[in-house]
Write a protein that binds this ligand. Structure first.
Ligand code: FAD
Length: 381
């Protein structure tokens, strides 16, 4: 019983699509349909580090991140299923003078918005937060205890189940193959299972968003950037905080509540695509873990994998309507879409319903790139 019509079609079953389906259905929109070419959470969401932080350097991002933390903190209760939220802080490490100066400015901004980040230079304080961490070469640290991570699968499945309870319909293994427009309006979505006439379409296809946009003649500047990541066997908790991260050091390391350590780094920008893992990455990430956390040296890596960041030229999201009426984007989340997913869903719901969104998304319009504008955030991976 594949649908012939829908009010809203959401393309993509990652955290952004499922959260959008949930908030839209909860707001009373009938006939919300989500299409996923594979399984829910099979894209970037199921491959991510799932870190959530409020430590940003732009007011817009701080405000979005605070809204995300507020949302995540009551999400288990709201959705009726666990998200695996684990707070306890991000410890950010600065190795460069300019970076440390920027961190101090970020903290001033964060404090002005109620994000009570701690900034310090004492390695001993860092070692209280992360026992034995080898950071003698660092210039300074910031730490915010409300930051943390959640489980990307649990979170996405929780959104899916709650959306279904509100009437949204999910169709997996359903690939969008075309979009029909008429007189500058979106009219229908074509799939491998049939065509759905619809009122609105939201492109939540992550690293594939550019292909979806092109189906309606819209050119997005997004591209997929491959990142590798690994997980170790579980060990006693307390090896590291929910997130130990450095932009200049090019690492993020976290310990899951059950004891496994997850770690990753940014790629050396080789033009590689595909999910194949490389020996280079596992060796490089493992070296970083051992350097920072010497007592982790005998812990075994059990799995490594790769996933895509859905990059934009300023590593900031694209939210809003396109030149085709009723065709919307919620894409381009770079390395931060897991934490921003729930708020993106809230913003998209408000936009479609003509309500005031919790965050003004005007600046996140995709036409900013044509105008030569960028959202410049100093605290990005
Ligand atoms: P996705 O989860 O990719 O969902 C898009 C979906 O669209 C996919 O499931 C795909 O199958 C589907 N799709 C594509 N084309 C079609 C089609 N034609 N028809 C139907 N369906 C289609 N973010 C954080 O906030 N914190 C982190 O710590 C973090 N760490 C990361 C670490 C790594 C290694 C990676 C790769 C990413 C990380 N991210 C992190 C980024 C985060 O994973 C993404 O920004 C986020 O998951 C994007 O969610 P999404 O729903 O937009 O995309």
């Amino acid at each position: 019983d594949f649908p012939k019509t829908a009010d809203v079609v959401i393309i993509g079953g990652g955290v952004v699509g499922t959260a959008t389906a949930y908030y839209l259905a909860k707001s009373g929109r009938k006939n919300v349909v989500l299409l996923e070419k594979n399984t829910v959470c099979s894209g970037s969401t199921g491959r991510c580090g799932a870190g959530i932080r409020a430590q940003w350097g732009l007011e817009l991002n701080c405000r979005m991140a605070l809204a995300c933390l507020d949302t995540f903190e009551q999400l288990d209760e709201e959705l009726g299923l666990p998200t695996g939220l684990n707070q306890g802080g991000y410890l950010l490490v600065a190795y460069k003078e300019k970076e440390w100066e920027q961190f101090k400015k970020n903290v001033e901004l964060q404090h002005s918005l109620g994000i009570m980040t701690e900034a310090f230079t004492d390695v001993k304080r860092a070692q209280e937060i992360c026992p034995g961490v080898a950071v003698d070469d660092a210039l300074g640290f910031t730490y915010y205890s409300r930051d943390g991570h959640a489980d990307p699968f649990l979170t996405t499945f929780a959104f899916q189940e709650a959306a279904k309870r509100h009437g949204a319909k999910f169709y997996k293994f359903t690939e969008v193959t075309g979009l029909k427009t008429e007189g500058g309006n979106i009219k229908a979505v074509e799939t491998n299972h049939g065509t759905i006439e619809c009122g609105s379409v939201i492109n939540c296809a992550g690293a594939w968003a550019q292909d979806i946009a092109a189906m309606a003649g819209i050119k997005l500047p997004n591209w997929a950037e491959r990142h590798e990541i690994l997980i170790t066997e579980p060990v006693d908790p307390g090896v590291c905080p929910p997130m130990l991260m450095s932009f200049s050091g090019n690492y993020y390391i976290q310990q899951r509540p059950h004891g496994s350590i997850i770690a990753g780094e940014s790629p050396a920008h080789e033009p590689l695509l595909g999910y194949t893992s490389t020996v280079h990455s596992v060796a490089s990430i493992a070296r970083t873990i051992i350097k920072l956390l010497p007592r982790a040296k005998n812990i075994r890596v059990v799995r490594q994998w790769a996933g895509y960041y859905d990059m934009t030229p300023d590593a900031a999201p694209i939210l809003g309507e396109t030149d085709v009426k009723n065709f919307w984007h919620a894409t381009g989340f770079s390395g931060h879409g897991f934490m921003l997913g729930p708020v993106a869903g809230q913003v998209m719901t408000a936009l479609l319903n003509g309500d005031k969104p919790p965050i003004d998304p005007t600046i996140m319009d995709y036409r900013r790139f044509e105008r030569g504008e960028k959202i410049v955030e100093p605290n990005v991976v």
